[in-house]
Write a protein that binds this ligand. Structure first.
Ligand code: OGA
Ligand code: MN
Length: 206
């Protein structure tokens, strides 16, 4: 668990955590390069909200474009990401007994001005997502470019928030069921790799 200990302690204590140590700049660059290549080749789809019958594209709520990773066809850059996230999953299971089983992850591109309104990552009809993660892939991202991930650490104090800039190598981890968050608009293209650790899926009635 060593490498992940500070992150896990922070997460256990406050339901969210940030680490800038887990991925090397070479790993980040490889992921970013590949994602932008996919973007230029039209491989991203407009993101929707909800799932199954509730699924709909609503750019007044969420304006990003996504590309899912396929666990069975990972590129070398994605493999190094996936392996590190699997290690994190095991460390979380050992430390917190959370029973995480699988990872699902997608790249997301927010064009300038796009945002994602305040939300929770858990679907109303599926409570499998336990832990949300976002790894940022924006090299040389100044504060003035905006695009922060705004976390609301306490549901009882909705005016209190913490902003995390989407700078290359920053990994944010938070509880999918309790931490409201939003993506603020940026002045330039914003790239992230977002992943969710899931427990065994328990489908609820829609
Ligand atoms: C999401 C999300 C945050 C980000 O996709 O649900 O909140 O910073 N993404 O990309
Ligand atoms: Mn989210």
């Amino acid at each position: 668990m060593g490498l992940f200990a500070p992150l896990i302690d922070q997460l256990a204590e406050q339901h969210w955590a940030v680490s800038r140590e887990l991925f090397s700049m070479a790993e980040i660059e490889a992921l970013a390069c590949e994602a932008w290549h996919g973007w230029r080749n039209g491989l991203f789809l407009q993101a929707a909200i909800g799932r199954d019958a509730q699924r709909q594209v609503r750019s007044e709520i969420r304006g990003d474009f996504i590309r899912w990773l396929d666990e069975h066809a990972l590129t070398p850059a994605q493999t190094s990401y996936w392996m590190k996230m699997e290690q994190l999953k095991e460390a979380l299971n050992q430390a917190l007994f959370v029973g995480l089983r699988e990872l699902e992850a997608h790249y997301a591109v927010y064009p300038p001005g796009a945002f994602y309104r305040k939300h929770l990552d858990r679907f109303r009809t599926d409570d499998a997502r336990l832990i949300s993660t976002s790894l940022y892939l924006n090299i040389d991202w100044p504060e003035a470019a905006g695009g922060a991930l705004r976390l609301y650490p306490c549901q009882d104090e909705p005016q209190r928030f913490v902003d995390v800039l989407p700078q290359a190598g920053t990994l944010v981890v938070f509880r999918s069921d309790t931490i409201y968050h939003e993506v603020l608009p940026a002045t330039r293209m914003r790239l992230s790799l977002t992943g969710w650790f899931r427990r065994r899926s328990l489908r609820l009635q829609a």
